[in-house]
Design a protein around this ligand. Structure first.
Ligand code: PLP
Length: 283
């Protein structure tokens, strides 16, 4: 039996921008949920739930009381809850090991809760002692310094520079300024860390759409920048294999990371050639 890898995303990228892809009426149901075409040329981005949950559905005070009192959620506390770590130790790690048949030289991951890097990294380290586990960390996060120097500190926190509302990065899902229990579990097995700027993350996301047909979110872009940095640092060019996680789709990032107007206001450049320069070692 043999398998042939077909990059469907790359195939789709060839047709990116064609008339059909741009016509909102022909958008897929998932797109329709987020993008509402209006009479003007603007587009409304919404996360509104379906009509059944809209205002006014609860008609009587009794119903409202019941709605208020009924337990409607479960606090998983994924930052401190060790089940997060175990899910990756028992799930993601073995899955990667199986899919690579153990041919893996490094694992690169960002950390929000820290569960992914801790659990997956630990499993892979148990399997292969000399595997490199590396963290990618966005601007404003303290994890990079924690890994490199043992201190949880980012220069944006320096006395006299800390703002009341710390808007420090356009990257979402990774980076944090406190030590979570799940990240604490990662500390003994993380070998290296790479700081990724907003400009680099944005540039990588645009590069991936153009070259690979992959429309991804910000933490995925950070992971891939860190992969290049790691390869460059170690001078790898002999078929070494790095595994990383492409955490979510660009669909989740329309309002900031994939919004050029927002990026311009935030003074974040969209440099279409930055990744090329990183690849050649010029940046
Ligand atoms: C988009 C995205 N990327 C990365 C992460 C980080 O994963 P972890 O929480 O396992 O560190 C998260 C966490 O929720 C996320 O939502």
């Amino acid at each position: 039996m043999w398998f042939q890898f077909v990059n469907l995303a790359r195939e789709r990228a060839k047709h990116f921008g064609s008339e059909e892809a741009q016509d909102p009426a022909k958008a897929t149901p998932t797109h329709r949920g987020h993008l509402i075409p209006t009479l003007s040329s603007s587009v409304v981005v919404t996360t509104t739930a379906d009509e059944a949950l809209a205002d006014g559905v609860l008609t009587s005070p009794e119903e409202e009381k019941e709605f208020e009192m009924k337990p409607r959620g479960f606090f998983a506390d994924q930052f401190e809850n060790r089940s997060n770590y175990y899910a990756h130790l028992d799930g993601t790690g073995p899955e990667i090991w199986r899919q690579t048949s153990g041919f893996i030289d490094a694992f690169v991951s960002g950390a929000g809760t820290g569960g992914t890097i801790a659990g997956t990294g630990q499993y892979l380290r148990n399997k292969k002692e000399d595997i490199i586990v590396a963290l990618t960390d966005p601007e404003g996060s303290g994890l990079f310094n924690k890994v490199k120097y043992g201190v949880m500190f980012d220069r944006k926190e320096a006395e006299g520079t800390k703002r009341r509302h710390q808007v420090d990065t356009v990257v979402e899902g990774i980076g944090i300024n406190r030590l979570t229990h799940n990240f604490e579990l990662a500390l003994p097995i993380v070998d290296d860390a790479f700081r990724v700027t907003d400009e680099e993350a944005v540039a990588m996301s645009r590069y991936l759409v153009h070259h690979d047909g992959l429309f991804l979110g910000s933490s995925s872009a950070c992971n891939l920048i860190a992969c290049i940095r790691l390869v460059k640092k170690l001078g790898w060019n002999n078929g070494e294999r790095i595994v990383t996680i492409l955490c979510d789709s660009g669909n989740r990032h329309y309002s900031k990371f994939w919004n050029d107007e927002y990026l311009a206001k935030a003074d974040i450049a969209v440099d279409m050639h930055l990744v090329d320069r990183i690849l050649t070692g010029e940046a």
